[in-house]
Design a protein around this ligand. Structure first.
Ligand SMILES: [Zn+2]
Length: 296
């Protein structure tokens, strides 16, 4: 099951209770369905929970039953009966003789419970949310452009700030930020999905942090190795030139320990002296060796 279908399943667990909310939710479903006209109402979904909810929802909202239900990979719900379509249009405040385009009837959305229900219906019908492990994206898509603009205003009033775009003739409102998606899902009534977004984000941040530490360690390790190689090359040069034997005892001892411990970092190497050296004293001696080797 995809993250999106789990989210819809969670939303559908919410019992259809108040008549006002049933009407608002059904309105969201219709306005976010692609095929709504005076000829027919067709709602298509691949989500089984939403498919189970739809007949009850329409019954509660409009006292209307679907004329036909086709079950395949997707479920299709059809109403062709003119009278039923009239009843539904009247209930959502849409009269085809006055207006050619569908629009959001704000009169149905005066209470917060109803706004929530409307947006839930819109999401169940025309929405999707991407698995947060892949990326953060939630969208509401409808081919009724006026509806999209009105939903945009509705979301703004609720404190959400979606982005909008057009894709394949559909108006799309979307969120790309994890916090906005968390808040929106929680508002719709899907706290588990909201938590899922939050958890995915924490996990990602953790992974990034670990990667940073590992990369940083690698970078340090390679610096240590590089420095040691330079020092060992310098010691070899001094030997080849016959300068080694005449070095002060302190430098000879340092050269010897460096050659024997090519992978030790500064503090590890310093601790091998008896008594141990400070890092700065050791650093000073190693620098001296490379400087001598660099002299002609
Ligand atoms: Zn309500």
């Amino acid at each position: 099951m995809s993250f999106s279908s789990n989210t819809k399943a969670e939303l559908c667990r919410d019992f259809i209770n108040k008549k006002c909310c049933a009407l608002a939710e059904a309105c969201g479903v219709l306005l976010y369905s692609s095929a709504v006209s005076t000829e027919q109402i067709r709602i298509v979904t691949e989500n089984p929970e939403f498919a189970n909810r739809l007949p009850n929802l329409f019954n509660r909202a409009f006292h209307v039953e679907f004329d036909e239900r086709q079950n395949a990979a997707k479920s299709t719900f059809l109403i062709r009966d003119r009278e039923k379509i009239q009843t539904i249009f009247r209930a959502i405040g849409y009269s085809p003789s006055d207006s050619v385009t569908l629009h959001v009837n704000y009169g149905l959305l005066e209470k917060e419970c109803c706004i929530r229900s409307f947006l839930r219906g819109a999401f169940l019908s025309g929405g999707s949310v991407t698995d947060p492990e892949k990326r953060y994206h939630l969208e509401l898509s409808t081919n009724h452009h006026k509806v999209s603009r009105e939903t945009y205003s509705l979301l703004l009033e609720q404190g959400f700030s979606p982005k909008d775009t057009l894709r394949n003739g559909c108006s799309i409102l979307y969120f790309k930020q994890s916090e906005a998606i968390e808040d929106f899902l929680a508002f719709l009534g899907a706290p588990i999905a909201s938590m899922g977004i939050m958890e995915a984000k924490i996990e990602k941040e953790m992974k990034n942090k670990i990667n940073r530490i590992v990369n940083c360690d690698n970078a340090n390790t390679s610096k240590v190795v590089e420095a040691a190689q330079t020092q060992i090359a310098a010691i070899r040069t001094l030997r080849e030139r016959g300068q080694y034997e005449s070095l002060p005892e302190k430098l000879k001892q340092t050269a010897e320990l460096r050659e024997q411990n090519p992978e030790a970092n500064l503090s590890e190497l310093a601790s091998l002296f008896d008594p141990p050296l400070t890092k700065s004293a050791l650093n000073h001696r190693l620098r001296k060796l490379t400087e001598l080797a660099a002299e002609e």
